[in-house]
Write a protein that binds this ligand. Sequence first.
Ligand code: EPS
Length: 374
Amino acid sequence: MLKYITTGESHGKYLAVILEGMPSGLKIDLDDIHLELKRRQQGYGRGGRQKIEEDRVEILGGVLRGVTTGAPLGFLLANKDFKIHDLPELTCPRPGHADLAGSLKYSQGIRAVLERASARETSMRVVVGSVCKRFLEEFSIEIVSHVVQIGKIRIEEAEDLSVAEIKKRVKDSPVNCISRKAEKQMMAVIDAANQKKDSVGGQYEVRVTGAPIGLGSYVHYERKLDARLAAILMSKQSVKAVELGYGTRLAELFGSEAHDEIFYDTKRGYYHKTNRAGGIEGGMTNGADIVARVTMKPIATLRQSLASVDMRTRKPSVADYERADICAVPAGSVIGESLVAYVIAEAFLEKFGGDSMKEIKRHYDGYLKQLRES
Ligand code: EPS
């Protein structure tokens, strides 16, 4: 069973993660992980913190001569902005942040809450995701993301674009967008939010290609892949909605317009010509690309003051401000890729699991043969 646990605070000395359940025999290259970490740090609309940090990890265990051993993998990242012990306490919780409920629930000051609630923790999830991506690559499963909306600026629909085409189009885009026209407008919205001392949210898409039919299951709620994708994507800071395939658009369609008809070809086997289901039917992959859309609310830390209450006096006040991002949707999309990679790797290991890559590949090849004969 694949699982991970992160530890560390935003301005603490270190962040760390342990990933348990990866088989032996998987090549791990720190350069690949550092590339993914760099992608997460980028994106138009990020605040001053990313100019300080250069996220790089050290391997603590589970890798020998560049190859996984099957033991838990450990990674450590040292924060350059390590100052947690010198930072002031906050007393006026920010609307939309974990501050108020976290402080009351844990019976402690806001500082302890925000340090752990911070999205800085997602650097560790990207480390996990890049290991999972590396694993999935061995089975020709690839993942990409792109930003579809920032504020009111939305791209034209891009349903028919392949993962390879999206990868090509988002290359070097400061907002991870496939459209040069929308990209400029998105950047202008972020600039406008900055000028108004505001923040802005948006939506991104994560797309997976190459997943075989039958990851996940219909037999039990915990095994349904759509539920697992929604849960992990929703667990990322700022996320308020997750849709698969046509998602909320399905509400307005008739059944005849909503479902993906089934065809058969001797070369391709069973297939669909459309993908309104987003690659998942009955909690299982159906062989089409998996498509998830994720909506992020605007960042809760604003330079303009929203009403709050001073928790020392319980008198009306305005929310505290700390340095923050204006828009974290482009970074969010990179993190989304990692979260999806983790769930797909987990479901893949459940189905084809073994202690070594060699064993898993044998299981996978056997299943593909079985599908061809079905
Ligand atoms: C965050 C506040 C900001 C962001 C941070 C998330 O950090 P700081 O308070 O140090 O300026 O930069 O995100 C990261 C540090 C990161 O690496 O993604 C928050 O309050 O969630």
